[in-house]
Design a protein around this ligand. Sequence first.
Ligand SMILES: [Zn+2]
Length: 226
Amino acid sequence: MFIIFGTRGLKHTVNESPILSNACPNCNNGNLVNKLYRRWFTLFFIPVIPLDVVDRFYQCDSCKSAYNENIRTVLQQSQNEIDESQKRAKLVFGKALVASMTHMSIIDGDFAKEEEREIMDAIEGFSEMKDELLAIHHNVKDNANKGNQVFNYLNEARNALSAEALMNILAQAAVVLLADGSIEKEEEDLMKEYLIACGLPKEMYQTIIDKLKQKDISELKEGQLN
Ligand SMILES: [Zn+2]
């Protein structure tokens, strides 16, 4: 199932904040501009939920990559350290994604083929950390949330990643929730717990599910976040 989600909203440039010239770690020559953002969570380009979070971040004026404000500290580090912290962020994202998708797929006591396919597709996107993510997948599949492991991964993600990345994780967990064609009470409750764990209102649950169900997915062309 291919879904398009993202955020949009009022975005302003923060004029008093200096531009970081040629500093973009992604394209290497873009300038990073400090932005202020009131976000809306969107599904299929429709703004769904206004997020009361006003976020400050840096955005590249060339490739449009967005970075947490702590990029300033990161940029003072060496290229090796930058590569390392990018890799760490990706790993934190991948771990939270795979743990929550797997947890969601087993919570109703039945691990469906469609659910497994969604998870394997997600893991494929992380070529260099595939083994580690597969290990997490098997661990959560066998032990569920033992030792609160799934929520620990989500917490780690909440502390390290942008709101956009968290949305991405939750929307993909919602796809797993819908993958076997029926929504069990356990799945609904778990999704609400994930929302709360990510600092979002649990009322957002129904809206996400409604939008995902309404849409005829096959009509959608492949697109990108944002
Ligand atoms: Zn860039």
